[in-house]
Design a protein around this ligand. Structure first.
Ligand SMILES: C=CC1=C(C)c2cc3[nH]c(cc4nc(cc5[nH]c(cc1n2)c(C)c5CCC(=O)O)C(CCC(=O)O)=C4C)c(C)c3C=C
Ligand SMILES: [Fe+2]
Length: 504
């Protein structure tokens, strides 16, 4: 059975290498909202499958400041990947439950069997979930327009006492080399933990951001971008400062739990003495292939969530989501605290991160019609209460026979719509989370809300201000942690993320 993966398009650098398929407009819109709208490539090759053999560049990146050459000089692209019939069985065996081709049944393989089979190099197929790769290098960092993966880890670090700009630069160099290798399916070095051995890259992405305090710690306060001004307080905030902000932030996503955790663990190990974990959160989304057809994901309240995201095909998408190059009329998100236009953030973005707990017991007590009024959309298919399908625009002016708005005045979808907020828009790319059941019996579950914009003051802030004043959803959610991070543009070949800031 050959893995088949729809790789229809989006506008990122990664996406441009993705073959486009012919689709109707509606199909395109739906696909852009879910897992098969992959900004990824699927390939069958030995290269992305980690073997126990280490990268040629040597030991674990934490052991030495990796020279630039440890970033693979040639990115693996569609054109550089040799055509191959499949990965070797040696590398697949040991992956419990892996899809075997050529009659391989790999369910319960014992250690001896694995060792015996390891001598056999018969090619076999790697399931498409594992073999899908996202490019590390590009105009933008991966993990922004890349469709949300089924597993996510968010982790914030603070630089260690005494660590400054030099140590931060060395750390970003190490982390970038590590990220490029892991996203390409390579092990972390000679002492790789082995957590992801046998698996392909599984759409792994690592995205790096800098918090406000990073600029003080590195002596770069005059280069701090204006978009990192602290978010205003909101009346409903119940924020835990220990789980908020941080000098450095990394978003990890993958379509395999072991691949995602492996990246998290190797990132922490590579931090070595330079930085310490401040907080860490785990999230999830629907797995690729879980639904019979491509669909927008649901959140833990059961709602279809993500329908009205800006689309990469929108003419103003880049302007809304990415910081433009410095120049005449550079918008606020691209200026620094000294008032000058700064270029290190060009092609970058701002991530607002909120841990939003859902009060699920209260929510689930509501009648379906009430739940739908609160959002302004039908639960079953995400269509507006004014009718149509999921992708039909909200008819905000429509009245019911009793003269009331068909989409209530305080409905979440109405209040957060760009046309109600002076055009303010953001790209929402959340993960759900579940951190167990509390002593009171209620689940500690909700949304790791991550949204992307060229300037938080024109994206998250005005919308959240409005939601804070009158969102019907507010009684059922609680904002418990918050972070704001400037996410540099993508690293070019031979460059590390943030180099244009740290070395200029
Ligand atoms: C400040 C920004 C937002 C926060 C915080 C937020 C929290 C939040 N949202 C849902 C569920 C849904 N949101 C939906 C739409 C939607 N939400 C925001 C912004 C925030 N949401 C925007 C900008 C939009 C799009 C509005 C539009 O243009 O129509 C929807 C409807 C479907 C969709 O378009 O995605 C749902 C459902 C939850 C549960 C939540 C906090 C836990
Ligand atoms: Fe929302």
């Amino acid at each position: 059975m050959k893995p088949v993966h729809d790789t229809s398009g989006a506008s990122s650098e990664q996406t441009r290498r993705t073959p486009q398929t012919q689709q109707t407009q509606q199909t395109q819109q739906t696909q852009q909202n879910e897992q098969t709208r992959r900004t990824r490539r699927t390939r069958r090759t030995e290269k992305p499958v980690r073997s126990a053999k280490p990268m040629e560049s040597g030991g674990h990146p934490a052991e030495k400041a990796a020279p630039e050459s440890t970033v693979p000089e040639t990115p693996v692209t569609e054109s550089t990947v040799p055509e191959s019939t499949g990965v070797s069985r040696r590398r697949l065996l040991g992956t419990a439950g892996a899809v075997g081709a050529g009659g391989l049944a790999l369910g319960a393989v014992g250690g001896a069997a694995v060792r015996a089979a390891a001598l056999d190099d018969t090619p076999a197929e790697l399931a498409s979930v594992g073999s899908t790769t996202v490019a590390f290098h590009g105009e933008h960092q991966p993990g922004i327009t890349t469709p949300a993966q089924s597993r996510g880890h968010l982790v914030a670090f603070d630089l260690a006492p005494g660590a400054g700009r030099k140590e931060a630069a060395a750390l970003m160099r190490r982390w970038s080399a590590l990220a490029a290798g892991l996203m390409d399916g390579q092990p972390a070095g000679t002492d790789d933990t082995g957590i992801a051995l046998d698996a392909g890259p599984s759409s792994l992405t690592l995205t790096f951001g800098f918090g406000r305090t990073f600029f003080d710690r590195t002596g770069l306060a005059d280069r701090r971008p204006a978009g990192l001004d602290p978010l205003p307080p909101f009346s409903a905030d119940r924020l835990d400062p220990r789980r908020s902000n941080g000098d450095l932030w990394i978003q990890i996503g993958a379509d395999d739990g072991l691949v995602a955790f492996h990246a998290l663990r190797e990132i922490q190990r590579a931090a070595a003495d330079a930085a310490r974990v401040r907080w860490q959160m785990n999230g999830f989304n629907r797995s690729p292939g879980a639904t019979a057809r491509p669909m927008t994901a649901r959140n833990l309240m059961g709602q279809v969530d993500g329908t009205n995201n800006p689309q990469p095909s929108d003419p103003d998408f880049d302007r809304r989501i990415f910081v433009p190059p410095a120049g005449a009329g550079t918008p606020r998100g691209g200026t620094n605290s000294a008032g000058g236009a700064d270029d290190w953030l060009a092609g970058g973005s701002y991530a607002v991160v909120r841990r939003i707990r859902m009060l699920l017991d209260d929510w689930e007590r509501l009648a379906l019609t009430r739940q739908e009024e609160i959002i302004g959309r039908r639960k079953a298919d995400g269509a507006p209460l004014t009718g149509g399908t999921e992708t039909t625009p909200l008819a905000l002016d429509e009245l019911r026979p009793d003269g009331q708005p068909a989409i209530p005045a305080n409905a979440h979808a109405r209040i957060s719509a760009p046309e109600q907020n002076g055009g303010a828009a953001m790209l929402r790319r959340p993960f759900s989370y579940h951190d167990g059941i509390g002593p009171d019996g209620t689940p500690d579950a909700g949304l790791l809300f991550v949204c992307w914009q060229a300037d938080p003051l024109r994206g998250f802030v005005p919308v959240q201000r409005k939601l804070d004043r009158g969102d019907a959803l507010s009684p059922f959610i609680r904002h418990e942690a918050s972070g704001l991070f400037a996410v540099p543009g993508g690293a070019r070949e031979g460059e590390y993320v943030g180099q244009r800031l740290l070395e200029s």
